[in-house]
Design a protein around this ligand. Structure first.
Ligand SMILES: NC(=O)c1ccc[n+]([C@@H]2O[C@H](COP(=O)([O-])OP(=O)(O)OC[C@H]3O[C@@H](n4cnc5c(N)ncnc54)[C@H](OP(=O)(O)O)[C@@H]3O)[C@@H](O)[C@H]2O)c1
Length: 248
């Protein structure tokens, strides 16, 4: 896909990977819809993109709420005149053992990491089907391939994303000329660990920083651009991106 002038919706664009992807896509001439709940963060990213000559629009969106997603997609389409790319990136990680029954955290991960992907896909895909083109990128994780103690619900949510991605690809690739990619990173330097309430698991995650050189959001952005810019007949269906010194 030639990216110049295309329109992308990026969920979870207010920080980390989503922010890095938004800035990198805008530099490629993509008109980016920046979606998340924190409007101040979105506005400052929008200002940064616009000051460099790019095009961006901030959209307050809670991916858990189908109406919020639907309204955000409508406003992006009317502002930029369409939509070509969906990047399902919003997500969070919490960690705890199952027998500590942090059911609120389980539910939040299911709501954001699973239902959020479904809500955004359901809002954007009809438009891509009508235009018979487009690309959906889903952020799974190495936790969508391998299992880690403490991450039962997070791993399950990322296995969901990987499975949903590939079956969606099978169903809509040939039929509607729409590509689907699952991006599965290892450790990336972002705020992902901020939501971990279990002290032991939080410390364990933070200690990883001393054991390897984390990937950057820009590393992930580069892989997404690679998948988007691949020739039309090529669907980069899954990409695993790991720090070279990540031993697991
Ligand atoms: N960092 C890693 O090591 C790593 C590795 C593999 C995969 N991933 C995946 O990469 C994605 C991005 O994570 P990150 O590492 O960049 O973490 P991050 O910096 O914490 O970013 C998470 C983003 O998700 C958004 N978000 C959370 N709940 C939301 C909701 N209900 N509605 C809309 N947006 C919501 C947040 O925005 P608001 O709070 O403003 O809404 C934020 O922009 C996640 O899916 C994560 O699982 C990360």
């Amino acid at each position: 896909m030639n990216l110049k002038g295309k329109v992308a919706l990026i969920t979870g664009a207010s920080s980390g990977i989503g922010k890095g992807v938004a800035i990198a896509l805008a530099e490629k001439g993509v008109k980016v819809g920046l979606a998340a709940r924190r409007i101040n963060e979105l506005k400052s990213i929008e200002d940064e993109i616009v000051s460099k000559g790019g095009e961006a629009r901030s959209i307050v969106m809670d991916v858990v709420d189908p109406l919020s997603v639907e309204n955000g997609v409508k406003s992006l389409k009317s502002h930029f005149g369409g939509i070509d790319i969906l990047i399902n990136n919003a997500g969070l990680m919490q960690a705890s053992d199952v027998d500590t029954f942090r059911t609120d955290e389980w539910n939040t991960m299911v709501d954001v990491n699973i239902k959020g992907v479904l809500n955004a896909t359901a809002s954007v895909l009809p438009e891509l089907i009508i235009q018979h083109s487009g690309h959906i990128i889903n952020l799974s994780s190495i936790a969508g391939r391998k299992l880690f103690k403490g991450l039962s619900v997070y791993c399950a949510s990322k296995f969901f994303v990987a499975a949903f991605s590939d079956i969606t690809r099978m169903e809509i690739g040939k039929k509607h000329n729409i590509r689907v990619t699952s991006i599965q990173p290892g450790a990336v330097d972002t705020n992902l660990y901020d939501h971990i309430s279990d002290k032991g698991y939080k410390e364990g995650m933070e200690n990883l920083r001393g054991q390897m050189t984390f990937l950057t959001p820009n590393d992930i952005a580069g892989s997404i651009i690679y998948a988007l810019e691949a020739p039309d007949h090529l669907d980069v269906s899954e990409l695993f991106l790991l720090p070279t010194d990540q031993e697991w």
